[in-house]
Design a protein around this ligand. Structure first.
Ligand code: ZN
Length: 347
């Protein structure tokens, strides 16, 4: 870890001078950025790039919410992480905050190692000016959308898979919300980064566009914000833009104000993470890593640091967080994951 006392003080004018020279930001805009509070939900590839751009731009507070830890397969595109983070399984939110502190110690970064769920969303997003989408799933996006529409907080949808990227600005009351545009989650086989792969350039493109829209919003240039669903395929060189229009009258969220995701309806306690793994997060139990490590030693390989405990029990790999949440790799069968958890951690 770097020692903040050793950081040479940098005059604000120097750090942000080139951005302040850009007249649409200017000194006034820069001061607005310093006071801004932005949440990034999900800190994988898109979240990393968003956090990198906005922290360097001088957004005063960045709250980074992510449930996962860094793995080697992330390093191709998740630009805030390094090999050390992957070998130590550092939670992404923590690794991101550490990395940002190395290049901008003047802003506040709050890492939260957590799954964004109805019971914690008010605490995590309640005092935020703008929410940015770094998630990889529609369930969390609909939850964010419910919260944003209900509380009139703007948010920016962003997604990338393969060479394709898509983004939409959502200003509740003024523009269509996510449920206006996509009333239901995509059906059938959904392409994910695990099945279709992902180009890091597609991620950086969508993050650059979303970060620019965020800057416009934060400096007060709302009229300049894009009013369309924008998609871009960087491999095929295809760009498409669909006018977003007005909010849909009978929209479940912004029309009827039925916030079913916020109410937690239909949300399972066990969710698949979109790869060969299952997340168990219904257990709220503080875990003593040292005690558990000695208890698990006879049953497999186990090690822990201050953030995670890893337990290898062939063919499974269990990653446990201090609050009792676990990600179990090596199965997509929730019953198998549940029974492993019950056997080794407790029921
Ligand atoms: Zn709507």
């Amino acid at each position: 870890m770097h020692d903040p006392k050793k950081v040479i003080p940098v005059e604000l004018d120097d750090r942000y001078s080139r951005q302040v020279l850009f007249p649409q930001v200017g000194r006034e805009g820069q001061q607005k950025l310093e006071k801004a509070r932005v949440a990034i939900v999900g800190c994988g590839a898109t979240g990393s790039a968003l956090a990198l751009l906005l922290s360097r731009a001088g957004v005063g507070l960045l709250r980074i919410v992510d449930r996962d830890y860094v793995e080697p397969s992330n390093l191709q595109r998740q630009s805030l992480f390094d090999e050390h983070d992957a070998s130590e399984s550092v939670p992404k939110a923590v690794a991101a905050a550490r990395q940002i502190a190395r290049f901008n110690s003047q802003i506040a970064v709050e890492p939260h190692v957590a799954d964004l769920i109805p019971s914690n969303i008010q605490a995590l997003l309640g005092d935020i000016d703008l929410i940015l989408d770094g998630t990889d799933n529609f369930e969390t996006r609909y939850l964010v959308n419910d919260f944003a529409v209900k509380n009139s907080v703007p948010w920016i949808y962003a997604a990338a898979v393969g060479s394709y990227a898509v983004t939409l600005n959502i200003l509740p009351g003024a523009t269509p919300c996510l449920a206006c545009v996509f009333p239901d989650p995509p059906r059938g086989t959904i392409e994910t980064c695990e099945t279709a792969g992902i180009l890091n350039s597609a991620v950086n493109l969508v993050a650059s566009i979303a970060a620019t829209e965020a800057l416009k919003f934060l400096v007060g240039a709302r009229a300049k914000m894009r009013a369309s669903l924008l998609s871009w395929d960087v491999w095929e060189n295809e760009r498409a833009e669909v006018a977003a229009g007005r909010p849909r009258e009978n929209c479940r969220a912004c029309g009827q104000r039925q916030f079913v995701y916020l109410a937690g309806e239909g949300r399972p306690h066990i969710t698949l993470c979109g790869r060969n793994s299952v997340q168990i997060h219904e257990r709220q139990r503080p875990i003593d890593f040292a005690e558990l490590e000695s208890r698990l030693q006879p049953h497999g390989t186990v090690r822990h640091n201050e953030f995670v405990l890893k337990f290898w029990h062939d063919p499974f790999e269990m990653t446990l967080f201090p609050d009792g949440r676990a990600i179990i790799k090596g199965t997509t069968d929730t019953a198998v994951a549940r029974s492993l958890y019950a056997r080794y951690i407790g029921s």
